[in-house]
Design a protein around this ligand. Sequence first.
Ligand code: ADP
Ligand code: GN1
Ligand code: MG
Length: 366
Amino acid sequence: MTSDTIPARDLGEIARQFAVEGEFCQAVPYGGGHINETWCATFNRADARVRGILQRINHNVFRNPAALMENIERVTQHLSAQLAKEPDRERRALTLIPSRAGRNLYVDPGGGYWRAWRFIEGARTYDAIESAQQAYEGPRAFGRFLAMLADLPAPRLHDTIPNFHSTPGRFAALEDAIAHDTAGRVHLAEPEIAFAHARKSITGALLNAGLPERVTHNDTKINNVLLDDQTGEGICVIDLDTVMPGFAAYDFGDLVRSATCPAAEDERDLSKVTVRFDLFEALARGYLSTAGDMLTRAEKESLVLGGKLITFTMGIRFLTDFLNGDTYYKVHRADHNLDRCRTQFKLVESIEAQESAMEQFIRSIG
Ligand code: ADP
Ligand code: GN1
Ligand code: MG
């Protein structure tokens, strides 16, 4: 079942499992994420209407929801403590709403895992970048997120998806998909397969660079940060399922692929898909304005490579899912994953063409 097919009655039942004051009114599908199911739920109180975010975790992707929620509790509590003196602190970090049983998850009778968040009002996400201001503000918030989590106390966070950003691992999964051709689609993607094969030699580049492990977000695409409706400021980083140990270059890299091109991730007109240097400059300035002080020289030098590798990796992952018959990402049309793969590979070409200028720019500001 998807967010459109769960009966309203059942959603009401689930929403009422969370400790929200007020009477449940309705829940509507919300947001454009590829993995979880999200609804905006409305509750009526005597004095006001309040909204909440209700999410069913994709258990096929996140195999251990309890460990994932343990990470999220630790991370959100740490962020809230760091923000204690900020005037607007409740809008600057996510807050879980506990279940009526006092848990961070509610498990429905069918085995679905549910959680709820306080709704952050007066801000929204953007699926594609619309301005240089956004290309600065979104990354600035992700950089701040990295800096605020630098002193998260031990123990190490759980790896919610092991080897999540391992490009060699993703490449091996692609080879497997090609070899099995379960959906009979290999013949539809020959140029894309050739593109991937031609770049096999770069897959291990970041793994051998001796970079420090950080607490990273790992899914820093631009629609995972809320931008304030009034000021445009990146106020709150969301989608914390993949917060776990990683390299800063991966977070920066996911921003390169999602915040430097105004076209959508699934744009079919590839002439619109290119890394705009002015947006890259805004992104680099934004990210380094908050994370620059904590990053080592080696990390700064890895950022552009992170952009190329993460973009390549996303292309490989979309291609693999296309070849496997669309079993991982939500798709809304035939060839959706192939279209997404094509935009990523076009961006890789665009990064390759500008790589040394991008590296030079980072050196000039950091
Ligand atoms: P997914 O993992 O499916 O990408 P997200 O956690 O990113 O799901 O949430 C989907 C959308 O819901 C976001 O793009 C955002 O618009 C909205 N959203 C999520 N959490 C909140 C929140 N606490 N307040 C307001 N909007 C939110
Ligand atoms: C998925 O959940 P969402 O849509 O923010 C994916 C990311 C990809 C992204 C591509 C857990 O993110 O890794 O970069 O799609 N998340 C997971 O748009 O696989
Ligand atoms: Mg998301």
